[in-house]
Write a protein that binds this ligand. Sequence first.
Ligand code: IPD
Ligand code: CA
Ligand code: CA
Length: 280
Amino acid sequence: MTSPGNFISPMTTIAREAGGLLMNYFNNRVKIEYKGEADLVTEADRASEELITGRIRELWPDHDIVGEEGTRTESGSDWRWYIDPLDGTTNFAHGFPVFCVSMALEYKGERIAGVIYDPSRNELFAASKGGGATLNGRTITVSATATLRESLLATGFPSRKRHQNPNIHFYHQLTLRSHGVRRPGSAALDLAYVSCGRFDAFWEFNLNPWDTAAGVLIVTEAGGTVTNFTGGPFSIDSREVMASNTLVHEELLAVFHSIFAGEPLPEPALPRVYLQSRKS
Ligand code: IPD
Ligand code: CA
Ligand code: CA
């Protein structure tokens, strides 16, 4: 097998090209279409996927590809790409500049190279298996924050079946136990931010392989830990992701355990009670 690190340069070229394409659409505003009630897609998502998959097919015609906007090549190859051509579509469609391109390469079931490119900030995060993680070519590591109490956290909420998602309980409890929980709207960038220490941890329910494949590798190569919500190994189709700087992982898992177990925890103040206190 070619060394995983050799893929980073061509992947960077492709991700930067796709990022440039996204910025052209972003600067001219795009029409919003709906895949579900609050699940958006735009012409830019499809154009970016077409560009990326075209480049992959030129360079590696025998590789399989899984792309969010419908690309599926299932030839049984040892090589498989996971492509999110635009992660953060809702942000993008509203002109909020937090979105990225995410690409990961898998060999025999293991992710060996990943890049995440944020064209608004010209930030390219990359990692190859055993080769460490970088931001615009400079080595990055996760934060040294030792406790949840001192942590800045991130999460996200799904755009499908929103009413079935319990994450608001986790959001509330972790908000009370940390410096705060951000909800930026791009899971791939959230993972990239854990890898360079901007966030100390990130979790989300219901993610897809194209959201996580690159980011999980980048976090682990930067010294972080990624598991499911009970501390078991992360798997590409497990849908739940808990990523941290390693140091706060056990503490975060313990909070999740308490919430899942239904232990008595502080409840949010009732809006009715607030209104009454305001009148008096
Ligand atoms: C979404 C983003 C968002 C996360 C959603 C994802 P998309 O991906 O990563 O942060 O909360 O669950 O679906 O649809 O913008 O590619
Ligand atoms: Ca996504
Ligand atoms: Ca997407």
